[in-house]
Design a protein around this ligand. Structure first.
Ligand code: ZN
Length: 174
């Protein structure tokens, strides 16, 4: 595996940078960490703005990221992608990376209750770390909630209760 370093990043806090040139198609890191259930992940990260959960397979099992790979930042125009092999997740380059470049992949977040704004600065930035499908789902859910709130307000002036418990946004292979 190529040599990498964690240092401060313009995208977010700390990031993972290449110390040598990495050709396209190279496996650079494994997403290591404890395997836990999605429910356990929600408990662990309740009320925390950032999670390091990575959904494996059907998403019932998540990896609670611990190690170098958890520092790799999101970008909407990334130079890496994730690669599942059984229950293991690897990060591999999808472009030639030069020494000094920051490694990024698309988090494709899903299932979270918090906003996850993106500051990657790429031309095609979608402004969020959620996957495009998840953003569509969220805007449909938002419209439905608004409609229900209007109906409820018409009926008795009460606003509907929101569901309790927050879900933690989870990273996913696109
Ligand atoms: Zn972005």
């Amino acid at each position: 595996m190529p040599r990498l370093i964690i240092r401060s990043s313009d995208i977010h806090a700390a990031g993972c940078f290449a110390l040598e040139d990495i050709p396209k198609g190279t496996r650079v890191l494994e997403y290591t960490g404890e395997r836990i259930s999605k429910a356990e992940g929600d408990d662990r990260y309740e009320g925390r703005p950032y999670t390091y959960l990575f959904g494996v397979g059907d998403g019932e099992v998540v990896i609670d990221g611990h190690g170098m790979a958890m520092f790799v930042n999101h970008s909407c125009d990334p130079n890496c992608e994730t690669d599942e092999e059984g229950d293991r997740v690897f990060i591999a380059s999808i472009a030639d990376i030069r020494a000094g470049d920051e490694l990024t992949y698309d988090y494709c977040l899903y299932d979270g209750d918090d906003d996850a704004p993106c500051f990657c600065g790429s031309k095609g930035c979608r402004g969020s770390m959620y996957s495009p499908e998840e953003l569509k789902k969220k805007s449909r859910a938002e419209a439905k909630k608004k409609k229900q709130a209007e109906l409820a307000a018409k009926k008795n002036g009460a606003s509907p209760q929101s569901a309790s418990g927050t879900r933690s946004a989870t990273r996913k292979k696109p």
